[in-house]
Design a protein around this ligand. Structure first.
Ligand SMILES: [Zn+2]
Ligand SMILES: [Zn+2]
Length: 241
């Protein structure tokens, strides 16, 4: 099966480290369904839709974007429904629409530290012709919090920020006690060479300690229980001491 089933109404396309393709989520409501993130490209999104077809699941009406990074947003142009992002994410997408994807421009952005080697490498891998890159902004833009009632199940979207990207959202599905987190609790790749800042990591651990949930779905790892997540983050903190 292309899509994995996590709970009664939640499915996901697992992340693919070979292309740095992140987890794509799916939440099935009685009235409509939503997906989480649009992935790296049309090809990545197409794979997700093949997975829906295979399981006879209805197409999502909305896609909720977790944060602006290319691997979560460059598939947006190919999504047939409406996309939802917070103001910060949407501003950054707007800004990136002005970027040229010529080899020269990409190298310039590396030199000015606007882009990092890690992403440059995977963008070129996903796009043999980088001129195929199309960036679109979101259809629905919110500020701090947005709740969706899918019928029998809800998505609560909170703009949390944190160190990985200051526009990161957490998406909580209370009925299934599941969080989609994008990369929110990951390291800071753009300003700290892919390492954690200590104090913000302590704050993140304190946040998760207080939440009640069964599943934590990150953009680039397999689902974790609360216990597994806290053990993992504590290990990361210990290496910083
Ligand atoms: Zn990512
Ligand atoms: Zn990211």
């Amino acid at each position: 099966m292309i899509l994995q089933q996590l709970t009664d109404r939640i499915y996901y396309l697992p992340c693919d480290q070979e292309y740095d393709r992140p987890t794509l989520g799916y939440i099935q409501g009685d009235n409509f369904s939503v997906m989480i993130d649009c992935g790296t490209s049309k090809q990545h999104l197409d794979l997700f839709y093949q997975g829906l077809l295979q399981r006879s699941l209805p197409s999502p009406k909305f896609a909720i974007i977790t944060h602006w990074h290319w691997d979560h947003t460059f598939g947006m142009h190919a999504f047939p429904g409406l996309t939802i992002a917070n103001q910060k994410t949407n501003k950054q997408l707007q800004y990136m629409q002005s970027w040229s994807w010529s080899d020269h421009s990409m190298k310039e952005r590396l030199q000015s530290d606007e882009e990092i080697e890690f992403c440059d490498h995977y963008i070129r891998l996903e796009y043999p012709n980088t001129n195929d890159i199309t960036i679109t902004t979101a259809d629905i833009i919110f500020d701090k919090f947005l709740s969706l009632d899918l019928g029998g199940i809800h998505c609560e979207i909170t703009h949390i920020g944190w160190q990985h990207a200051d526009d990161s959202n957490l998406i909580f599905i209370p009925e299934e006690k599941t969080f989609f987190v994008g990369d929110a609790d990951s390291e800071d790749f753009y300003h700290n060479q892919g390492k954690y800042h200590k104090k913000p990591l302590e704050d993140t651990i304190a946040y998760w300690t207080k939440q009640e949930f069964n599943w934590h779905l990150h953009g680039h790892t397999m689902p974790k229980t609360k216990k597994e997540l806290l053990e993992f983050l504590q290990q990361e903190l210990d290496t910083l001491q």
